[in-house]
Design a protein around this ligand. Structure first.
Ligand SMILES: [Zn+2]
Length: 65
């Protein structure tokens, strides 16, 4: 259980189960949008602005991080 052995964690990310595991290096903008109203975060396609996505909980337009 060494914290340095992270090779197995690739498929273990909790969330939407997308194939994005190594976001430590800061590649591009964050692939998540946040609801300014209730704070819900959702993952999204990087090319799609967050403002076009509605919050699944309260229906407000999401805001980009
Ligand atoms: Zn919301």
């Amino acid at each position: 259980m060494s914290e340095l052995d992270v090779t197995v964690v690739e498929h273990g990310t909790r969330g939407t189960g997308q194939g994005v595991g190594g976001s430590r290096q800061g590649i591009g903008p964050p692939s998540k949008c946040k609801c300014p109203k209730c704070g819900t975060t959702v993952s999204h396609t990087p090319n799609i602005p967050c403002s076009t996505i509605k919050c699944p909980k309260c229906g407000s337009p999401m805001s980009g991080a």
